[in-house]
Design a protein around this ligand. Structure first.
Ligand code: SF4
Ligand code: SF4
Length: 182
């Protein structure tokens, strides 16, 4: 046992530290918020209601119906139905999320190679029927317009959606470059 440990033991330093913390909290005002009269601003990156990203160029969903999000979803609550148009291009006919089964893990967001599905900061929603929580493609696109309009969507994808093309670049390793030159 070191001298430091011995001093700590005989003067009960750890116990005194614990008691000091307890007393500090006894005199600190409570931080409980009186929801819903007092609300905290929702922040970007919080895992609220889903949205499908609207492509500004086409006005349609960015989703291409690859199904990776549905394959990755642990709750199996994403349902995608696709067909082929005249030019043999895949068309997303239906994209549906059963929000009541969702665990808000955001794996669908991570799995999507196109940044086409996001979780918005909106969390205050309720309903009386299960149908109200069955989000169709149109409702998911409306969520994008309502909660991720303007810079919100871009900021979200920039901050929270990975990997991007740039992430696949080969990192510069100075030592390795030196060796190649030699
Ligand atoms: S957040 Fe998780 S559980 Fe919910 S739809 Fe996405 S992958 Fe499924
Ligand atoms: S949201 Fe993304 S991962 Fe899911 S089907 Fe559409 S493109 Fe594929």
């Amino acid at each position: 046992m070191t001298a430091n440990e011995f001093i700590k033991k005989i003067f009960f330093i750890e116990i005194l530290k614990g008691l000091a913390l307890t007393f500090k909290h006894m005199v600190t005002p409570a931080v409980t918020r009186q929801y819903p009269t007092e609300k905290r601003e929702p922040f970007q990156g919080s895992r609220g209601l889903h949205a499908l990203v609207r492509n500004p160029a086409t006005g349609r969903e960015k989703c291409v119906g690859c199904g990776l999000c549905a394959a990755m979803c642990p709750s199996q609550c994403i349902h995608i139905y696709t067909s082929e148009d005249e030019s043999h291009k895949k068309v997303v006919d239906q994209y549906e999320i059963e929000v009541l089964r969702c665990v808000f893990c955001a794996l669908c967001v991570d799995a999507c190679p196109y940044g086409a599905v996001v979780l918005t900061p909106h969390f205050e929603y309720s309903g009386y029927t299960r149908d109200e929580f069955y989000y169709t493609k149109e409702r998911l696109l409306e969520n994008w317009d309502k909660f991720m309009a303007g810079d919100n969507g871009e900021t979200y994808l920039e901050k929270f959606w990975r990997p991007k093309s740039a992430d696949f670049g080969i990192p510069a390793i100075p030592q390795a470059e030196e060796k190649i030159k030699q």
